[in-house]
Ligand binder design. Structure first.
Ligand SMILES: CC(C)(COP(=O)(O)OP(=O)(O)OC[C@H]1O[C@@H](n2cnc3c(N)ncnc32)[C@H](O)[C@@H]1OP(=O)(O)O)[C@@H](O)C(=O)NCCC(=O)NCCS
Length: 145
């Protein structure tokens, strides 16, 4: 079992390590610390056996909601953790008056695209050469509530 809760300042070291080991272009500690100070940001984490095994960062700016980052530890994948994180983020967005949530995913990130498909996210546009290291397009996905 795991729980989803807001991240706290004392979690940042574990969150940075999780991101470093699991994300293609990892965020650094200072970026996560900035999210804790940003009134539009909601940084959620998944905790299993007292260990942080997943994170999701969403910005909710009035009626606009955008997921900026989501990742789950390799050993803990396919347990529904990212689904639970995304559903929590969507509930936060809906309760703040948003009708939809958007995000960008690398065109070449097959596993993540399958994951978003499983949650009924739909492609709404494509941003050519949006990513670097390596270069890739971004697919913009949206899920309406
Ligand atoms: C994408 C990611 C967040 C999914 O996390 P997860 O906790 O394993 O996802 P879930 O267990 O909630 O998966 C739910 C469903 O999504 C789909 N899915 C998830 N990972 C998949 C994969 N590797 N291949 C195919 N489908 C997948 C499946 O339908 C899955 O349901 P199932 O396990 O019953 O078949 C995780 O693989 C990850 O951290 N990847 C690296 C970081 C990343 O790419 N983040 C996204 C950036 S936009």
């Amino acid at each position: 079992m795991f729980e989803i809760r807001y991240a706290r300042a004392e979690d940042i070291g574990a969150i940075e390590a999780l991101e470093r080991d699991n994300a293609q272009n990892p965020w650094h500690a200072a970026m996560f610390e900035a999210e804790l100070r940003n009134k539009f940001a909601h940084l959620l984490c998944a905790v299993k056996n007292d260990k942080i095994v997943g994170l999701c960062d969403i910005h909710i700016v009035y009626e606009d909601a955008h997921i900026n980052d989501i990742c789950v530890a390799k050993e803990q994948r396919r347990e529904g953790i990212a689904t639970a994180l995304t559903e929590s983020a969507c509930r936060l967005a809906a309760s703040n008056g948003c009708a939809a949530v958007t995000l960008e995913v690398r065109a070449g990130n097959g596993p993540a695209r399958c994951f978003y498909d499983s949650l009924d996210f739909k492609e709404i546009s494509r941003k050519r050469a949006f990513y670097t290291d390596p270069a890739d397009d971004a697919i913009v996905l949206q899920k309406s509530f």
